[in-house]
Design a protein around this ligand. Structure first.
Ligand SMILES: [Zn+2]
Length: 447
């Protein structure tokens, strides 16, 4: 292989770097060497190398990072809309999930990862069961995935002992040869589902397991007032305090929803550098409430965004969700200045990278970082006109208008090029997912 084959140049694009200064380069060039950004700047500053792609008419920005999802639940899209959370979960979702198998989970995961890819989400933080099936789908897609198997105090759809499932999954991942593990884009995590479906001894075991592997803990917390009421009734303390007592916060932690955190809870989050995943569409659809983002930011807490699962969202589109999420924050505070488009872009990129501990590798376009990026077409009615090629104007278009994603790259590898999937067969994936959904639908009594 000649040296040329190791290099790619993305030329004449608008580069939204999301670096510390939020720099935007109006006519930019990015040179990628294998998986890494080797140089970035204007064509005057940077010499083109290898195969050159003329991206005039495109924005290039970091790949999107969704920090909370349940991929295979896409098989239940539209199964039970317009319900309260606990009714929805206990009467519809958990009974439906009992019919899942490794094969059905794989079929659903492939569909979810197809949707993530088309919508530019290069990294996802995922929680489900049958982690080997989800892992396989994630690896095949080429996207990054922080994957945990949900841990409950009762049997999961996979087995009687969900903590053991997680321990076994982690052991399998870490027993792979180092070269295989390093090349993998799947990172195993520990996922106690929440406080109300676990208990303090189980949470302690989860924390110990996470410490053993230095794995991240990903869990739901204080999603509704009912979650808080149950924790106070059982333990006389908030869910956050229960998690703290169990040692959960001593690991890297990413918590989904967090709508009903108290000031004291937020102080605990800040003390341990825990991150929050904002899931605006699920929160609105299940009428759970609105995450107090201004307060969290005031406390110095890292706020990220997740699409959550398609059983509650129902689409897996982070850019659509962040628009909803920003707008609802404005009206909640009756203040249009409370969250701007530039900060919103950071929430779906670098903040997500910080949450998973990869801010030195992904989340912004900078020399030395991995080439995880997307390109957005500006030659569309919704993106016309571009008044100024500035950070504010470009961010505004991305957050508030309809975007059309053209290319998706992870580790310097095109996974989608000119809207064509490079690794996977979309039609076959959709066909198999429909078959899996048909099978489950027949099994479910209550629809
Ligand atoms: Zn969730």
């Amino acid at each position: 292989m000649t040296e040329t084959n190791h290099y790619i140049t993305l030329d004449h694009c608008i580069i939204l770097t999301v670096n510390e200064n939020n720099d935007c380069i109006a006519d930019g060039r990015i040179v990628i060497h294998e998986s890494t950004i080797e140089s970035l700047g204007t064509p005057d500053e940077v010499e083109a190398r290898g195969k050159v792609y003329d991206l005039k008419g495109r924005i290039v920005m970091p790949g999107l990072i969704s920090t909370h999802t349940h991929s295979p639940s896409v098989l239940f899209r539209g199964l039970a809309d317009d319900k309260y959370l606990h009714e929805w979960l206990t009467e519809y979702m958990w009974p439906a999930e009992k019919h899942l198998t490794h094969e059905l989970t794989y079929a659903g995961s492939r569909l979810a990862y197809l949707e993530y890819l088309g919508n530019g989400m290069t990294t996802n933080v995922d929680m489900w069961y049958f982690s080997d099936a989800v892992s396989q789908a994630a690896e095949e897609s080429g996207l990054r995935s922080f994957l945990s198997s949900a841990v409950f105090a009762f049997p999961s759809p996979q087995s009687e002992h969900s903590l053991q499932d997680t321990a076994d999954y982690l052991a399998r991942c870490y027993s792979r040869p180092e070269a295989v593990r390093k090349a993998s884009r799947v990172y195993p995590c520990v996922g106690p589902h929440d406080i109300y479906s676990t208990n303090p001894p189980l949470l302690k075991e989860c924390a110990q397991l996470a410490k053993q592997y230095q794995a991240m803990i990903h869990m739901h917390i204080s999603e509704t007032q009912r979650d808080n009421a149950e924790a106070f009734s059982l333990y006389n303390m908030s869910p956050t305090r229960v998690a703290e007592e169990a040692g959960i916060f001593e690991c890297r932690t990413l918590f989904a929803h967090c709508i009903c955190l108290s000031e004291e809870d937020m102080d605990i989050f800040h003390k341990y550098n825990a991150s929050v995943s904002y899931n605006p569409v699920t929160n609105l659809k299940l009428s759970e409430g609105i995450l107090p983002i201004p307060k969290l930011r005031e406390k110095g807490i890292n706020v990220t965004v997740g699409v959550d699962g398609a059983q509650s969202n129902n689409s897996l589109n982070l850019l659509a969700d962040i628009k909803t999420g920003v707008l609802i924050q404005k009206v909640a505070e009756m203040n249009p200045c409370i969250l701007n488009a530039v900060d919103a872009i950071r929430m779906i990129t670098i903040n997500g990278a910080r949450a998973v501990g990869m801010e030195h590798k992904i989340g912004s376009l900078e020399v030395g970082k991995r080439a995880d990026l997307i390109t957005i077409d500006i030659d569309t009615p919704a993106m016309t006109p571009i008044l100024h090629k500035t950070t504010e104007n470009i961010s505004s278009h991305i957050i508030y208008t309809d975007t059309s994603i053209n290319d998706v790259m992870v580790d310097g590898e095109f996974l989608m090029k000119d809207k064509e999937y490079c690794r996977i067969d979309a039609k076959e994936i959709m066909r198999e997912a429909q078959k899996a959904a048909d099978y489950i639908t027949k099994k479910i009594d209550k629809i």
